[in-house]
Design a protein around this ligand. Structure first.
Ligand code: ARG
Ligand code: ZN
Length: 864
């Protein structure tokens, strides 16, 4: 009996099929916060309303709250503690439920609910953090009007922000003051936010197209104020873009963003008060790379776009998460594509899909874009929900075409404004506005796994006819052994190998069956197939195209993505052959890279992407059994060959891309990228002056892209003296700048040097290392665990290090720890020796007393 009680309670799965509408609604809440980092008192007055004909008690979620009083209509309430909060039996249709609880922000290391970060108090409620602030039905289909009062010490917390519009403020006794905020838009509690602290704002005004003046503020600690101009500019550009492209206007008088240093992920779209990880707000040339600048703009846009896709129309339940996230990622991707090179943006988005989502979809944590069950919803903020979800929206946009897609989004917003909707609602709006039947297309939401398409093109020389034979398969995934064929929109085109010109126009083929045939007429010369142009479907395409055909496309295709893709495939085929046979013919890759590098008509930013070899992990994904050392050697050999054979071209590109002064423009960004990529190849060639060249770039740099690019080259180099000197200079220059020190940690954790593991273990004891800050934890542990060579050391020391860190991190911050589990879960992809070592570490984590539900789900599934 005792044993049974002491055994950990197996967490119960939440299932989509069990959805029931809420029995009680909460049309209004008044919150009163007596803020103090050590102990904050939260008073909540809920107007509750029975929904439907039932006798069920009011169920309020609560997690870690210390109740001080609970009353119903002014009388002490009869309430029961439940496994997830409290239950109160109520007799009438409407009641006034008042609770008072104590919470402890300073002790909140999970960073969910109300917590302290660098002297601030701030909140994070999505997905289920509000229950750590007060008793409430913590589910997204309960929509409530909020009024909020906060009081706090005026000297420590001069600024008090919450959702909606400010309606009152004043001084109180004892050096305290208060502020009142009112949000007129009913919202789910996951969008609640408040911030208290000593902050300054970069302010501006935005006038919406119907003439509403909106006061904008980006709030940071005063030393960071100079780093907020880029985010503010991005915010205004996003607001205009959403009006122009989606017809969506902002709806409150103020829009505030606050940057905080301790944050579990990127940012949060709380109504009128976005809270951001400071890494996605702060940017200046000295501390942020071009990549960081782009990420700041993309995340600012993403959170802003949520005001419609997420807030005005929210999710009925967490299984619908991709309704807001997939759509909003698609919107931010389109926004970024419009700000610079659309081709380069597409290449980057596909690269990250392949780096994060494809492996997820092929492994033990695979799940559909609309999952069917979860233990812990935090584990489902995944590349599948976000990035595959965005690809699914993109395919609908491709199938409908731009006008009908816009009509569909208008209809969706129109129908569902002010409500909590489902993925099904979105698809119905697209069907109704587009006049299309998406029944089969819906499989993209229910079937996991990356479809594979094989394409074989046959040409009859005499008749001028060609036939394309297409076949699709969808692999089995956990819980889904057999799959139906999906709708795959494939943009394709043929090119004549003799004239290098297009044979006809591009077609959009919707592959719906397991097999299909496409016929082409008047194919007067041997054709070359360009398929899945623009990555029109998120699938793996297998063709029998030769190295010569791929090289041809890399030079002549008129779709920049397809051109990049042909080059990648050529590189991948070469590298896979090299890993399998110990050697491969490098010549076709070398010639194709030479062509791209010397083509004067190409955008430098595109060139820099196109000449990069596929990553170690993407090469590994093509192999039945991953051999990290063989992959590293094959890749280095090809890099060396490219570096040596094209030595003069890299030098020319390197020198030609030099600017006198930093400028932030797409063209200047492209030149910086070419410079760092060229430097990498010069180093790979083994040139005697490589490290002095890198060191010179490192010292002369007037921006972080050049400086970090050079540092990365030095950190991978065998020149001990130059490497250690650069690391010291970098560290001292940026002492005290947390975001840049994260780069110092991650650059070392990603190094291909043989001593990386030892270095990383040493860094885990560095005085600047802490697991309590998620950015810092990720910069060392997260970066190391994607370093294929070091993490997969044959003796298992890399696995052991990561497992040790995860066990320690889980005690502080389960959500962030659980996100770092997937690399250990890839054991099926490796040889028996490594697989055994990885499993042993997963089992060790699983046996840890007090393991969180977050970790238990991720590790448990990884072992299955
Ligand atoms: N909604 C936020 C965004 O995508 C992210 C929230 C992440 N929440 C979580 N529990 N991981 O902008
Ligand atoms: Zn989002």
């Amino acid at each position: 009996m005792l044993d049974a009680l002491n055994a950990p309670i197996a967490p119960r799965a939440v299932r989509r099929a069990d959805y029931r509408a809420p029995e009680w609604q909460v049309p209004r809440i008044a919150l009163d916060f007596d803020l103090d980092p050590a102990a904050t008192r939260v008073r909540a007055v809920l107007e509750v309303e029975r929904s439907g004909d039932h006798n069920a008690p009011l169920q309020l979620d609560g997690d870690g709250l210390e109740p001080l009083s609970i009353t119903v209509d002014g009388q002490p309430a009869e309430w029961q503690a439940t496994d997830r909060g409290i239950a109160i039996a109520l007799t009438g249709e409407r009641h006034r439920v008042e609770t008072e609880v104590l919470i402890h922000p300073e002790r909140n290391t999970q960073l969910m609910g109300l917590y302290a970060s660098g002297g601030l108090l701030c909140t994070q409620c999505e997905a289920e953090g509000f229950r750590r602030i007060t008793y409430f039905p913590d589910r997204p289909d309960v929509l409530t009007r909020y009024s909020v009062r906060m009081s706090a010490d005026k000297a420590r917390f001069p600024v008090l922000l919450a959702n909606g519009d400010p309606v009152g403020a004043g001084d109180l006794d004892g050096g305290r003051h208060f502020a009142e905020w009112d949000d007129p838009f009913p919202k789910p509690c996951y969008l609640f936010a408040l911030v208290a602290g000593d902050l300054v704002a970069n302010r501006d005004t935005f006038v919406t197209r119907s003439g509403r003046a909106v006061e904008l503020g980006i709030w940071v600690r005063s030393p960071d104020l100079a780093k907020t101009d880029h985010a503010l500019a991005a915010l205004k550009t996003s607001m205009r873009w959403d009006e122009d492209v989606y017809g969506r206007e902002y709806d409150l008088d103020v829009f505030n963003i606050v940057a905080v240093d301790d944050f579990n992920f990127g940012a949060m779209e709380n109504k009128g008060l976005n809270i951001f990880n400071s890494r996605y707000i702060l940017a200046d040339p000295d501390t942020a790379t071009d990549y960081d600048y782009d990420a700041v703009a993309a995340v600012v846009a993403h959170e802003y776009f949520h005001n419609w896709s997420g807030n005005r129309v929210t999710c009925r339940d967490w299984f619908q998460l991709s309704l807001k996230e997939g759509f909003t990622v698609y919107r931010d991707q389109s926004f970024s594509a419009d700000q610079g090179s659309a081709a380069v943006k597409r290449i980057e988005d596909v690269r990250s899909l392949r780096a994060a989502q494809f492996p997820e979809d092929a492994g033990p944590l695979a799940h559909p874009v609309r999952p069917d069950a979860y233990l812990e919803i935090s584990n489902f903020y995944t590349a599948t929900i976000y990035n595959k979800g965005a690809e699914v929206i993109r395919m609908m946009a491709t199938i409908l075409g731009p006008e009908k897609f816009r009509a569909g989004s208008d209809l969706y917003f129109d129908r569902h404004d002010g409500t909590a909707a489902t993925v099904e609602d979105f698809v119905c709006a697209m069907e109704d506005a587009g006049g299309v039947d998406l029944s089969q297309f819906r499989l993209w939401y229910s079937q996991a796994g990356t479809p594979r398409v094989s394409a074989r093109l046959e040409h009859e020389v005499g008749s001028g006819r060609a036939h394309l034979y297409l076949r699709q398969t969808v692999p089995p995934t956990p819980g889904q052994p057999a799959k139906d064929p999906m709708v795959l929109p494939l943009r394709l085109k043929l090119f004549g190998s003799e004239t290098a010109s297009a044979l006809g126009t591009e077609q959009l083929v919707l592959l719906k069956d397991g097999e299909a045939e496409v016929a082409f007429e008047t194919v007067t010369e041997p054709p070359v197939l360009s398929i899945n142009r623009g990555f029109s479907a998120p699938v793996i395409v297998e063709t029998d195209r030769s190295a010569a055909e791929l090289a041809f496309l890399s030079a002549h295709d008129d779709d920049p993505f397809a051109r990049y893709e042909a080059m990648q495939q050529l590189m991948l085929d070469t590298l896979v052959a090299a890993v399998r046979h110990g050697r491969a013919d490098h010549a076709p890759v070398v010639e194709a890279v030479r062509n791209t590098l010397t083509d004067p008509n190409l955008d430098p930013a595109f060139v820099a992407e196109a000449v990069l070899l596929p990553s170690d992990s993407f090469i590994g994904d093509q192999l039945a059994v991953v051999d990290p050392e063989a992959i590293y050697q094959a890749r280095e050999a090809l890099r060396g060959e490219l570096g040596r054979t094209l030595a003069d071209h890299w030098r020319t590109a390197y020198e030609g891309a030099q600017d006198d002064r930093f400028e932030y423009s797409p063209a200047a960004k492209g030149r910086r990228r070419v410079r760092t990529v060229s430097l990498g190849y010069i180093a790979a060639s083994g040139a005697a002056d490589a490290s002095s060249l890198a060191f010179r770039q490192f010292e002369a740099a007037d921006n972080m892209s050049d400086r970090q690019g050079a540092l990365t080259t030095l950190v991978n180099s065998a020149d001990d003296e130059a490497r250690e000197a650069a690391l010291d200079i970098f560290y001292n220059r940026y002492a005290g700048n947390a975001l840049v020190l994260d780069k110092w940690f991650s650059t070392q954790a990603l190094s291909s040097r043989p001593e990386t593991l030892a270095r990383v273990v040493e860094l885990s004891h560095h005085r600047d290392f802490t697991l309590a800050n998620p950015n810092r934890a990720r910069s060392l542990v997260g970066a190391f665990s994607v370093n294929q060579r070091a993490f997969n050391a044959a003796d298992g020391a890399g696995y052991r290090f990561v497992a040790d860190q995860l066990i320690a991190l889980d005690k502080l911050n389960p959500q962030t720890a659980a996100k770092l589990v997937p690399p250990l879960g890839r054991w099926r992809r490796f040889d028996e020796g490594r697989a055994k070592l990885m499993r042993a570490e997963l089992e060790r984590i699983m046996r840890t007393p007090g393991l969180s539900k977050d970790m238990a789900e991720q590790v448990g599934k990884s072992l299955d």
